[in-house]
Design a protein around this ligand. Sequence first.
Ligand SMILES: C[S@@+](CC[C@H](N)C(=O)[O-])C[C@H]1O[C@@H](n2cnc3c(N)ncnc32)[C@H](O)[C@@H]1O
Length: 275
Amino acid sequence: MPEVAVAPSSVASALARATSTLATTSDTPRLDVELLLAFVLGTERAQLILDSRRELDPSEVTQFDALVARRAAYEPVAYIVGRKAFRRITLAVDPRVLIPRPETELLVEVGLSLPARASVVDVGTGSGAVALALKDERPDLSVWATDVSSDALAVARENGVRLRLGVEFVQADLLSGVDRSFDAVLANLPYVAAGDELPPDVARYEPAGALFAGDDGLDVIRRLIRAAGDTPLVALEVGFDQAQAVAGLLAEARTNSIEILRDLAGHERVVVGRR
Ligand SMILES: C[S@@+](CC[C@H](N)C(=O)[O-])C[C@H]1O[C@@H](n2cnc3c(N)ncnc32)[C@H](O)[C@@H]1O
């Protein structure tokens, strides 16, 4: 086979070319290509600006083009590079777990308001994002985390070990078999209604068990509100149009006060019930 010559390219021109390749498949093409090239070069995104005139060697160009082609087929950047930043920590992620979203940081903020040495459980922990970020920022808390998926829990446990954060991970359907009570329950559980259309990045790559929850998307949340019983604080992440319905469910469960927190896009995103 004759070798195909790879055209030389500077950092700046490789980024410009790849950004236009991703213009139709990604909402954030420039950010995506910067993350991918930084990954190939083993550097930080910010360094790319300082190195913009640097010539890439042919193997770097080949590797970068292959990653851009994966992104053009809708594979999320976080799965391609195998990591995602969340608050102060970086989590390893792969298709066994949902990629942690910025709006989920609100759940961590609710956890930060807990009194010293309180106990808290992150139900449906996925990569371990909420539990591990909270333990990182509040080492005094006793933090537990559950997930029904053994695959997800393996990822979460590995993150816990790598980050050296002492979170107790348990495989469980919500809180069943977790034989103790908590001062707070935090949860970002599946809340997509069956049949809802999702962007191709999500639908094709992220685990269905992390997304769908019955006809109105509230099946799992309804069960958790029952399972949480008398827990003094329950905070639930919800879909952009579900907060009022979930506030109603918490009110039926004899919650004394209900607060709704908005995400940066202005959507009602987290419903907090306190007894
Ligand atoms: C939307 S993902 C969120 C993951 C993580 N909390 C985050 O915010 O990145 C929902 C997670 O809940 C888990 N899950 C779904 N049903 C569950 C159940 N009945 N009990 C425990 N975990 C469940 C899924 O396996 C998945 O990891």
